[in-house]
Design a protein around this ligand. Structure first.
Ligand SMILES: [Zn+2]
Length: 64
């Protein structure tokens, strides 16, 4: 059974806290979304790459 979404941990680029984000695996191999940090509430831009083998690479950026 395939997961439709997966929880991943990222580090906030502002406060460096580890926060959990839910990735929608049905949204395509390359996704970008903005997620508000649960700790400092600042917007984080996520560049998400989902590989065919199920691995997920997430790059976090401060919103410009
Ligand atoms: Zn933060």
């Amino acid at each position: 059974m395939l997961n439709l979404e997966e929880d991943c941990f990222i580090n906030c680029p502002y406060c460096l806290e580890s926060i959990k984000v839910r990735i929608d695996l049905t949204g395509g191999q390359n996704q970008s979304l903005t997620y508000d940090c649960e700790v400092c509430c600042r917007p984080i831009t996520l560049q998400i790459e989902i590989y065919a083998d199920g691995n997920i690479n997430i790059v976090t950026e401060k919103e410009s």
